[in-house]
Design a protein around this ligand. Structure first.
Ligand code: CO
Length: 175
């Protein structure tokens, strides 16, 4: 089921999400709904708080490249579901132009660690370890920030942030 996206500057985006304690049907429905919502909005990742649920759960689905035309580039089985993720190692730095379903239409360059190693649980409560130094590393850091109440525009420089806030206000008046 597609749920409503929480849009900046909604206060819920500042909330620090709670750890998931039960890996039950409710969690599975939440993750399924997150996938439906992400697809409906053409996103590559989503944290639970972005649909108003303050649990440490996120999903990432990086579109496949070079696939036959007409085929799904973000099949559900390719979705990385991360529950209670924790960065246990990070190094290097890289810049990438990021966007966010909670700040639609805004794309800004953000600096993050190049390489991260993350420990997390899947929907069944099994523990996993994943590491990456490419786009997935950036996506994981972006989504994990949401679990701690942070949105990517908060990482912008003072001037860029001011410019963004001005533009955002203007845009809201129009819509
Ligand atoms: Co986001």
């Amino acid at each position: 089921m597609v749920r409503e996206i929480v849009v900046y500057p909604d206060k819920r985006l500042k909330q620090v999400s709670r750890e998931v304690e039960t890996f039950d049907e409710t969690l599975h429905t939440l993750l399924d709904d997150m996938y439906d919502t992400m697809r409906a909005k053409n996103g590559v990742g989503l944290a639970a708080i972005q649909i108003g649920i303050d649990l440490r759960a996120l999903i990432i689905n990086i579109p496949l490249e070079n696939i036959p035309e007409g085929e799904d580039e973000q099949p559900k089985e390719n979705t990385l579901e991360m529950i209670n993720p924790v960065i246990i190692e990070k190094d290097g730095s890289t810049k990438f132009q990021e966007g966010c379903l909670s700040v639609p239409g805004i794309y800004e360059e953000v600096e993050r660690a190049k390489h991260v190693k993350v420990e997390y649980y899947d929907r069944f409560g099994e523990k996993h370890l994943i590491e990456d130094d490419d786009f997935l590393a950036i996506a994981m850091q972006h989504e994990m920030d949401h679990l701690d109440g942070k949105v990517f525009i908060e990482k912008l420089s003072f001037m860029k942030r001011k410019k963004f806030e001005k533009e955002w206000k203007k845009r809201k008046k129009v819509s």
